[in-house]
Design a protein around this ligand. Sequence first.
Ligand code: ATP
Length: 235
Amino acid sequence: MSLLEVKDIDVHYGDFLALRDVSLNVEPGTIVSLIGANGAGKSTIMNTICGLNKPSKGEIIFDGQNISGKKPHQIAKAGLSMAPEGSHCFESMTVQDNLLMGAYMAKGPERMERLEGVYKLFPILKEKAKQQSTYLSGGQRQMLAIGRGIMTQPKILLCDEISLGLAPVVINDIYDKLKEIAATGLTMLIVEQNVTRSLQASDYAYVVLEGKIVMEGKSSELNEDEVNDAYFGIN
Ligand code: ATP
């Protein structure tokens, strides 16, 4: 059974139809990626799953529950966590407080245990624990966003635009960490603009073009040239 099932959703911004008949499945324990160019609709898909946009048609089933139309905090409580693109941390708070915010509902010892788990994964965040997050580099912010997502102990982690604005060596580091996280069994849905990286990092991939899914398949079986053509809408 899928952990997350998006069924035939349409999403409008006013009169503009941003998503049309989008369907996707995320099986438990897998990494699924959304690939697409700027403006294709990837963020709209992510934001709709986590309740920030409402679909005008279709439904979203998460862990057996219909979450379409539910509020973001209800969806988060059901076990879905979104690591936004890394710049959205609380600048004036310390790194540690940013992380602890992710587990505000957990009891003291449990919170500290989760924190240690995140520090084990990202030792640099432990080094910077007492610093304001405004002083973090782009890559460290992205790690902080992922760390905060993990602090909620979600059933699924959504990561939007992981590599946005980061140097290739830093991106490699972050993807290595995602592999480590995946090895713990956490299910992930990620957005990535780079085709090669996306196929390497995921088990299954969807290509989004002009608000529609135009190609999908097991990442190991998709042909990179065909994915590139789909990405640019070349038939
Ligand atoms: P990017 O990589 O640039 O973030 P994306 O694939 O995530 O691109 P979306 O941000 O989901 O694409 O945008 C899909 C379409 O919806 C685009 O045409 C965009 O201009 C439009 N759009 C996105 N957000 C809004 C909004 N709040 N109001 C109106 N149109 C929007």
